[in-house]
Design a protein around this ligand. Structure first.
Ligand code: IMP
Length: 174
């Protein structure tokens, strides 16, 4: 078993700089509460906030969905909530991957009850072929086909998050 590089470290970092420019233009002069969705987004969030050219309040939420192996179920639990009052504030979520959309359906339903001024999503990856709920992704780094990826925050059973690139298994290699 080996891991093939699917999206390289250079490609990721280049795209993050581009997204940072775009997000910075859109929120110029505004105060924004950035919410990293743990665990998978920790690396993307750390890199993205460092290229934003406006001050942010950084918060974290944690969500977990209990599915089998590499698939997620609709049973999403919020394990950690933000502490900041978001009423009348701009909220920007930072996520590793939008797959079925179950996680964001749950998070958005909860957040919208708190009357934020706006809610946007920045996601590293999106797998539109697997979507079960429509989710508007405002800032997307890469759209990918339906394959299970690891690295750069994304895990398989807690492993491989530390890789600086996004990879896929190559079961044929030894
Ligand atoms: P959703 O609720 O189906 O949109 O799934 C969101 C979560 O599933 C992500 O935040 C990831 O933690 C996990 N996930 C979905 N696809 C992958 C993948 O290809 N690799 C690793 N984790 C994934």
């Amino acid at each position: 078993m080996s891991i093939d590089v699917f999206i390289s470290e250079d490609q990721i970092q280049k795209r993050i700089k581009e997204l940072g420019e775009e997000i910075s233009r859109d929120y110029k002069g505004e105060e924004v509460i950035v919410v990293g969705v743990l665990n998978g987004s920790f690396m993307f969030c750390a890199d993205l906030v460092r290229v934003l050219k406006f001050p942010v309040i950084t918060e974290f939420m944690a969500a977990a969905s209990y599915g089998e192996g590499t698939t997620t179920s609709g049973d999403v639990k919020i394990l950690l909530d933000i502490k900041t009052d978001i009423e009348g504030k701009h909220v920007l979520f930072i996520e590793d991957i939008v797959d079925t959309g179950h996680t964001f359906k749950k998070i958005l339903a909860m957040i919208e009850k708190r009357n934020p001024k706006s809610v946007r999503i920045a996601s590293l990856l999106s797998k539109p072929a697997r979507r079960e709920h429509h989710i508007d992704i405002d800032y997307l780094a890469f759209e990918i086909e339906d394959k299970f990826v690891i690295g750069y925050g994304l895990d398989l059973g807690g492993k491989y998050r530390e890789l600086p690139y996004i990879g896929v298994y190559n079961p044929e290699a030894n």
